[in-house]
Design a protein around this ligand. Structure first.
Ligand SMILES: *Cc1c(COP(=O)(O)O)cnc(C)c1O
Length: 421
């Protein structure tokens, strides 16, 4: 199999001493990756949750090609361009009502960083000393210092712990114990928190932990009661992953600030937006320059990214994308059911197009290395699956078929035979 070793590339989330090689992918199409020696992998995690409709969706590829013929990249302060203007108008239309302003950036982490800065700027410009950010236990919001601060503390950010700012943490809403979450949130809100940031309905990197739409709606009500800004980090959940275009739709409210990135261009090229309600923009609107929102990325609103995102919105609007997602949700739920009474798994769960389950380890499974062992096991069977510890999840692109999904679930079954209790 084509594996690259001895490369100068320092790869993300990789312990090179344990994982010296990487598969060299030459081609991708639909739900499949092909290595340069022809080895194929079913992309059962949408290439780290970014690919939505499928790899190299023709409409999106075409829009990118066309955009390269007129405008590549320009400064976005004092200048603008039609792809950015058109995309912002379209996003305001498709996003939840009230998200009237669009701030562009280039990654999920940056969109969250922007959201936190917007929230703090809002309070400062209103002359209220609110600085406290509240977040959920086990949450993940990115890998910059600000977003690591908002996220859960773990081995991943231990080296930087002294630099991370203090965040008020409320417990994850475990089934039957949601009130504890709401009570904790209310205490922090009452104490004058600035903002509450949350991954709606499912905590991704924290282990695909799912909670109910009603709890999400209650969280919003608590924040509203104390004027605390509600930030929805929809970087993973946005663009269909939970069964609706945006996860917050299922709870029937509009967040004050929302972050979208992974599926924004269908997963083709990097782009992110932070959308917000009018009040947030207006708090920064004044003849006083010091009240402006001081944030920019060099590649803010890159025209090629915007063109890709516009084509992605067209795919949602003009093709059977919505139907496909609904169909995939049903296929996934059916496959999850197969494992529900399997004693080797616990907490079999599904939400929209996502299925996750926790493997109970047997004698051949060691907690410290299980995710790497499982990953190798799946890779050897032509699957891109990347468990989070013992949590195995399937989060496929929407073009995947039932037969292709069965390849993933049969391999999970085989993994349970090898590593399970
Ligand atoms: C992936 C992710 C991020 C970070 O996005 P990047 O593009 O990797 O910076 C932030 N929040 C959530 C919920 C994510 O899943």
């Amino acid at each position: 199999m084509s594996v690259v070793a001895n490369s100068p590339v320092w790869r993300p989330f990789t312990q090179h001493a344990l994982q010296p090689g990487a598969f060299k992918i030459a081609h991708a199409e639909g739900a499949w990756l092909t290595a340069d020696d022809g080895t194929r992998f079913l992309d059962a995690i949408s290439s780290w949750w970014v690919i939505t409709h499928g790899h190299r969706r023709p409409e999106i590829m075409k829009a990118i090609r066309r955009q390269t013929e007129t405008l590549d990249q320009i400064i976005f302060a004092g200048f603008t361009h039609e792809p950015a203007e058109a995309l912002a108008r379209r996003l305001v239309e498709v996003a939840q009502p009230g998200l009237d302003y669009v701030f562009y950036s280039d990654s999920g982490s940056t969109s969250v960083e922007v959201a936190i800065k917007m929230a703090l700027g809002y309070w400062r410009n209103r002359g209220e000393a609110r600085m406290r950010v509240v977040a959920l236990e086990h949450s993940y919001h990115g890998d910059t210092v600000g977003t690591m601060s908002a996220g859960a503390r773990s081995v991943f950010n231990a080296p930087y712990e002294p630099l991370l700012f203090d965040v008020a943490r409320v417990p994850f809403p475990e089934k039957g114990r949601e009130q504890e979450t709401l009570d904790a949130l209310e205490r922090f809100c009452r104490d004058g928190a600035a903002a509450f940031i949350v991954e709606p309905l499912v905590l991704g990197a924290g282990g695909m932990l799912i909670y109910g739409a009603q709890t999400l709606a209650e969280m919003k009500r608590v924040c509203e009661k104390f004027g605390v800004l509600f930030i929805a980090d929809e970087v993973m959940t946005g663009f269909g992953r939970t069964g609706t275009l945006f996860a917050c739709e299922q709870a029937g409210f509009t967040p004050d600030i929302a972050c979208y990135s992974k599926g924004l261009t269908g997963g083709s090229v990097p782009l992110a937006v932070t959308m917000c309600k009018r009040e947030i923009f207006e708090a920064h609107y004044a003849p006083d320059r010091a009240r402006a929102f001081f944030h920019s990325s060099s590649y803010t609103a890159n025209p090629i990214g915007c063109a890709a995102a516009l084509a992605n919105l067209d795919v949602w609007e003009k093709t059977d994308a919505t139907e496909r997602v609904a169909n995939l949700c049903a296929l996934q739920a059916k496959r999850a059911a197969r494992f529900e009474n399997d004693a080797r798994f616990s907490n079999v769960r599904s939400l929209g197009a996502i299925v996750a389950m926790d493997l109970r380890l047997g004698q051949s499974g060691y907690l410290a290395t299980i995710s790497l062992d499982l990953m190798r096991f799946f890779n050897a069977r032509g699957l891109l699956l990347r468990p989070l510890g013992q949590t195995i999840y399937v989060l496929p692109p929407y073009c995947v078929t039932g037969e292709e999904l069965d390849l993933a679930y049969d391999a999970i079954e085989a993994a349970a035979r090898q590593f399970g209790a």
